[in-house]
Design a protein around this ligand. Sequence first.
Ligand code: GDP
Ligand code: IMO
Ligand code: MG
Length: 422
Amino acid sequence: MANIILVGAQWGDEGKGKIIDVLTEQADIVVRSQGGNNAGHTVYLGSKKYVLHLVPSGILRKRKVCVIGNGVVIDPISLVGEIEGLRKLGIRMGSNLLISETAHLVFPYHRELDAQREVLKGKNKIGTTKRGIGPAYGDKAARTGLRMLDLIKPDSFAEKLKLKIRDNNEILKAFGAKPLQYKKVLESYAEAGAKLKPFVGNTVVFLHEACMARRNILFEGAQGTFLDLDHGTYPYVTSSNTTAGGACTGSGVPPHHMDRVLGVMKAYTTRVGEGPFPTENAELGDFLHGLGREFGATTGRARRCGWFDAVATAHATMVNGIDELAVTNVDGLDTLDVVRVCVAYRWRGNRLDRVPADLEILNECEPVFVEFPGWKTDTSKARRWKDLPAKARAYLNAIAELTGSSLSIVSVGPAREQTLFL
Ligand code: GDP
Ligand code: IMO
Ligand code: MG
């Protein structure tokens, strides 16, 4: 293989978890480098469903090492729960998981502040996952956060936490929210810290040595390009760099060790939470929800759905340097008569070929669609590219061309074997 950065090319939930699990067969190491337990990555092994939040999706394969990098924000209680849950499902959780000592921590006051700020925003709320992600990254940027290094040193941690709870209780009180009980938080965090300590280490050196030994590393992006703090539809974004550059800063592996960028996108578009979504289509949403699809893996919210937006995915190719594409959920469109693709936006009579950064403009953009005839064939049993109906292949070739990258993987169902390599 090589060192591959896998990113979401849309608004998250593109099927990254499934593709990571498939590609892990050829990888040695899988690394998460940003985000937190706002992510929900689904992997099916037979009829067994696994939803990974902080643990990389490579964990289900034997003899692979999974790394939670320095750029991730970790809710230790949630991570312990995830590790124990995976153990119960028969997954080995030992030396195959490594957690960065410099990853920042998420605390209950982050979650509470996340929720309170959303209330304060009213109709302008972001629609966050309420996992405390924004406030935790906020503390990191303000240089007031606590890290894994702090958590695993019980004595000094108790002191540091005391001050943090004291300060944050003042803020919570100003919001009219219930203050936190220091003793309770300390007890639960100390217990989680003791459980996580065996996994914690210097992941930067580990990954550097892996690069020197030419081991194959897969970087598992969380969220998607348009949720990127710098390149997304700000402020309706998450608080990390979800684009390819985030894999370097969030892991300590420098750019010259990265070989390829794989962009994952759905054959249509979905978005959870608020914010602009030019190709949104309620009818397509009702249709997909009716099939039991497109409900969030983390919060269970019904995802907003829309047609494929090639203006957006072309932007994703540009900011991530996408070399190859994986298109998932092709089977979701199997029964439609007509499939639409947005090839430009129309704004006040002007044609736009790029995604405008100004949300006042983006919110007024109307998609310019090109229509493709539906293939009206079950694609879920296809195992090779040539098994797909010609109309589906034409559609996939067109969206790859409009995105400006080459198609390398097509997914026609959640299972490993429902993956076609070109
Ligand atoms: P992620 O966050 O990018 O890992 O994606 P999620 O797991 O949140 O959501 C993707 C959903 O699509 C999950 O339920 C996957 O099991 C499912 N999925 C992935 N690829 C395919 C596919 O090709 N067909 C179908 N039917 N489901 C898929
Ligand atoms: P995966 O990795 C889809 C969205 C939230 C909200 C915005 C900010 O499964 O693709 P946050 O809690 O991060 O402050 O919320 O980002 N969001 C996601 N949407 N998939 C995700 O992760 C997401 N993680 C966050 O819905 O709109
Ligand atoms: Mg998801």
